[in-house]
Design a protein around this ligand. Sequence first.
Ligand code: NAG
Ligand code: NAG
Length: 438
Amino acid sequence: MAETRLLAAGKCLLLFVCLVLLSVTRTDGLYAPITYVTSGVSKGAVCLDGSPPAYNFDKGYGTGINNWLVQLEGGGWCNNVTSCLARKNTRLGSSKQMGNQLAFSGIMSNRREFNPDFYNWNRVKIRYCDGSSFTGDVEAVDPATNLHFRGARVWLAVIEELLAKGMRNAENALLSGCSAGGLATIMHCDSFRALLPMGTKVKCLSDAGYFINVKDIAGAAHIQAYFSQVVSLHGSAKNLPLSCTGSLSPSLCFFPQNVIQQVRTPVFLLNAAYDYWQIRNILAPADADPSGSWNACKLDISNCSPLQIKTMQAFRMQFLKTLMSKSGNSTARGLYIDSCYAHCQTEFQETWYMADSPVLGRTKIATAVGEWFFDRSPFAKIDCPYPCNPTCHNTASGGGGGTSPEQPDKGSAATVAAAARLPLLLALISIWAIMNLL
Ligand SMILES: *[C@@H]1O[C@H](CO)[C@@H](O)[C@H](O)[C@H]1NC(C)=O
Ligand SMILES: *[C@@H]1O[C@H](CO)[C@@H](O)[C@H](O)[C@H]1NC(C)=O
């Protein structure tokens, strides 16, 4: 009798331990639920397919309760009806395809050991479904395609909802984003500042968003033509910074280099000098390399021939020249230009903040951004040329497959964390089962 009671007590205890471990380990991989901005639909703020805009949100806590990180999702652009139709029924064109939750890691993580300065902030990921870096605004909808070009309205509708949800009381706010979202961050930085109260400390972080206007390896102005098509298809001109469109053709105002000088809000530019999206799509796009001689190199920098490396070194020099001549020089501007073969370094735990994350001047990206945001110390460093930085992960091969190399595998960090707790759970379930058999 006493023995069975002891056993029952043991089972209870074990169940309790299981539940505690489960609740603790669950936070390893954070999944943030999606919210649809249905109020935007009546204002015409919709994704390419006409569905409502959306964001994923994880509430701030403790000292972060009045701080807001707004991260703009990336995912390339669509430049004509064909490419917009191709993404219309994917998660990059429709909130119906986004799923009901999203893994948050790196700068979006809610754990201090993974994200030392922003872990307890309100963290929002605004989903990207317009194909224009949140700049489009065309009233007419062609009934034949049902494509909506409304990125700028999406931006405004979501920000207004966040303000109403508490962001209007923000003490600190950081607008951030990677790739097409990093470009959008630069374009919308001052308007974000203007939508927040005067007393809020507001800064912007552009991750892999500094796309430069250079000729490709065949001598063609490929990216310039491409951006020009994006701007005209989406009617972006009126939503690009006036400081640029007042003096340059709107299509050139899609390039950060023609806008950044006039941005008054402090901006941190984080970019790999050998950004693999830029190498693949600006320097050596398929059109410029019909024989495919760059394919292996584009996939993995260790496959590049000495001549290709030389071409990439020249690209880096152009990148730096554009950056230095256009980006100004003040301690308000953060700069972290590493020599990795990377694209998007804030949302991956491995590049943002881990024991073996890349460093520049002995500083990890998360540390540099945090110190800069809180004015603890400025950061403006440019790495020595490839292959001098042994801490690079050169992640291109990881994100390389498929048709959209600009899409990081957002689930990776969370999947690793989930995998790590699986053996523990299995062990506990086994013990539980054995005890039940006794
Ligand atoms: C649309 O743009 C893509 C590149 O995104 C290009 O390959 C294609 O030829 C263009 N289609 C038309 C009809 O212009
Ligand atoms: C900015 O200016 C300071 C001195 O005025 C100089 O030491 C520094 O190297 C400059 N930084 C860049 C990135 O040009």
